[in-house]
Design a binder for this molecule. Structure first.
Ligand code: AMP
Ligand code: ZN
Ligand code: FE
Ligand code: FE
Length: 276
């Protein structure tokens, strides 16, 4: 069928998504997707359960192992997607453990900050929202919603958690260059996530010079202008063109499959993997 495609940017409960890996697979199947990549923030914990579910149920869906590494360059948050990386690589798992610890510390500091602001939260409750996995600000937002402090994750970010807001705490420094190197050392392709959210041509150029393999050209929050701009930029630099929905759950913004790319893009990724 012509309209079947791949969604290459999907979160699960292993990070801040609302659906378990198995539920995401089932939904992708219901939607008629040809394949997807699970790209959780700083974790690959969903990949093996998803692969096992697919093989146990003999589901005909292509799962590309992925990750989204949250990095910082100066004042900017840069997300680096990794595809086809060896998700069982020891070096990767070690680094991810370090990132998880720094996230735990950060959550503790944010909760302390919120307490000073008169918005006390139970840190254990935040951890429960994270289901013992990677803790992110969205889980703090979930605990705030439960307490009635805010109505949505968006509101929590806008009022308290975003950079420049009163409960913002910066993270352990993880530069994009290191993330790109780590992905490549694990045999994967590194792709700059949602470049339109950075929207700084110098910074994007700098990341391209670090050896990025591709740009996430197709993204729900990209304007048509941004899409054509990054499409041209990718073509000019011989980079892969990818896309995905950044799905976090049925009631959390972008729908699964909201952005799909065709099989030819997947073929181009595989070709680049084998030529590098
Ligand atoms: P953290 O991983 O703790 O730095 O949190 C960043 C993550 O929170 C992002 O990758 C998004 O998934 C989510 N996020 C960022 N901004 C918002 C927002 N305005 N509303 C809801 N979720 C957001
Ligand atoms: Zn997220
Ligand atoms: Fe992101
Ligand atoms: Fe994402």
């Amino acid at each position: 069928m012509e309209d079947m495609g791949f969604d290459l940017h999907v979160h699960t409960t292993a990070s801040d998504g609302k659906l378990a890996p198995e539920e995401v697979i089932r939904l992708a199947l219901d939607l008629g997707l040809e394949g997807l990549s699970i790209t959780d923030h700083d974790t690959v914990n969903a990949i093996n359960p998803a692969l096992e579910f697919i093989s146990r149920r003999r589901i005909s869906l292509q799962l590309i192992p992925g990750i989204e590494l949250n990095t910082e360059a100066g004042a900017n948050e840069i997300h680096i997607l990794g595809y086809y990386l060896d998700h069982n690589n020891e070096l990767l798992l070690l680094k991810l453990q370090e990132l998880k610890r720094s996230r735990d510390e950060r959550a503790y500091k944010i909760v302390a900050r919120l307490e000073e602001l008169g918005l006390p939260l139970d840190l254990d409750r935040v951890r429960e929202h994270a289901r013992g996995e990677v803790v992110g600000r969205p889980h703090i937002a979930d605990a705030m919603i439960e307490k009635g402090y805010v109505r949505s994750r968006e509101e929590a970010f806008e009022k308290y958690l975003d950079k420049g807001r009163p409960a913002y705490v910066s993270r352990y420094k993880f530069p994009p260059r290191e993330a790109i190197e780590l992905i490549k050392r694990c045999g994967g392709l590194a792709v700059l996530a949602h470049p339109g959210l950075i929207d700084d041509p110098n910074l994007v150029a700098e990341i391209i010079s670090m050896g990025i393999d591709g740009l996430e050209v197709y993204y729900p929050q990209h304007s048509d202008e941004q899409t054509s701009y990054y499409l041209r930029l990718a073509e000019e630099n011989g980079l892969l063109i990818t896309g995905g929905s950044d799905f976090h759950g049925p009631d959390e913004g972008n729908k699964l499959g909201a952005v799909q790319i065709g099989r030819s893009s997947i073929t181009a990724m595989q070709k680049r993997l084998h030529s590098s």
